[in-house]
Design a protein. Structure first.
Length: 316
């Protein structure tokens, strides 16, 4: 698949263009030069990604080639069997829900799916669930609770769908009920924020015993553009808003909002999908075992976890 370069990756893009040109020419001398350029590109990406700004991380979190919920489910879960519909209105493709096995252990899985091309993005509503999606999530939580299955959730959404039709069908109630259901089930819930964690649309399936973020993912009450439009009356100030929102994994770990950060390979998860998929798989297996060993995963523990969250005492 053709790599999609972000604005701040221009130096790496130029090196890739040089390599492509040399590959067309061919020859032994070209191969040697290509190897040198590859080493230089790797070094360049490490330098770039070692010091990304919050706005740059936001762009990486939204990268179209990052692994999606469907990729994580395919890699982690054997024999995945989806459930469909909310038994009230209809099916919502933006929310994937189903059961399967993680290394032989039964698990229930939820994930917001964005899609990978124009057709699938429209089908999945660009990862913005409607009320039916959140009610389907509640169905899965009840099923998991009944059969004692840990719940894994994969979050990558700009937020819940804000359309008039969704509001008319009770979007806010569906999100609130989803959070409430998370506090009622007596099985471990583990959340991975893999891209965007947008407001209540993300929180609905992220009210968990353990919440982890990929290094270049974001989690916020509002998008940088939305924040900039409100505070500065100009969405072009998104970089300033991203910094003020403290939406990166590093900041949220410091504030105690999340439990850990999963490092991404140099250049981001979109350049090394197999590596990050395997890393998350291993991490999920260890986390489930640890929670069960500690006897965590009760609704009482989960309530205490969120009630005890406090804002930072001072600003950076």
């Amino acid at each position: 698949m053709t790599q999609h370069y972000l604005d701040f990756e221009k130096k790496a893009m130029d090196l890739a263009a040089q390599m492509a040109e040399l590959k067309e020419k061919g020859g032994a001398s070209s191969e040697k030069k290509i190897a040198e350029l590859q080493d230089e590109e790797t070094k360049t990406l490490k330098e770039i990604y070692s010091d990304l700004s919050p706005w740059q991380r936001t762009q990486v979190a939204r990268h179209p080639l990052r692994p999606h919920a469907s990729d994580y489910i395919k890699h982690l879960v054997e024999g995945f069997t989806p459930i469909a519909g909310d038994r009230r209105q209809s099916e919502d493709p933006a929310m994937i829900a189903g059961v399967g096995r993680l290394n032989g252990f039964p698990v229930a899985v939820l994930g917001t799916e964005k899609g990978k091309d124009t057709k699938t993005r429209m089908h999945h509503n660009f990862g913005m669930p409607r009320p039916e999606g959140y009610r389907k999530a509640q169905r899965l939580m009840e099923l998991a609770d009944r059969f004692g299955m840990p719940i894994l959730t994969f979050v990558d959404t700009p937020g819940a769908y804000p359309g008039i039709d969704a509001e008319a069908r009770g979007q806010a109630e569906a999100i609130a009920a989803c959070i409430q259901k998370s506090f009622q089930v007596n099985v471990p819930i583990i959340t991975y924020i893999t891209g965007e964690g947008g407001s209540g649309g993300a929180l609905a399936i992220a009210t968990a015993d353990r919440v982890f973020m990929l290094e270049n993912s974001i989690y916020s009450v509002i998008s940088p553009e939305g924040c900039a439009s409100i505070l500065w009356r100009d969405k072009a100030e998104a970089d300033k808003a991203a910094k003020a929102l403290k939406l990166t994994a590093k900041h949220l770990k410091k504030f105690g909002v999340i439990d850990g950060v999963i490092e991404e390979p140099a250049g981001g998860a979109h350049r090394h999908p197999e590596a990050i998929l395997e890393a998350v798989k291993n991490h999920a297996e260890k986390t489930i075992k640890a929670l069960q060993k500690e006897g965590l995963g009760s609704n009482i523990h989960r309530r205490e976890r969120f009630l005890n969250m406090k804002p930072p005492l001072h600003r950076e």
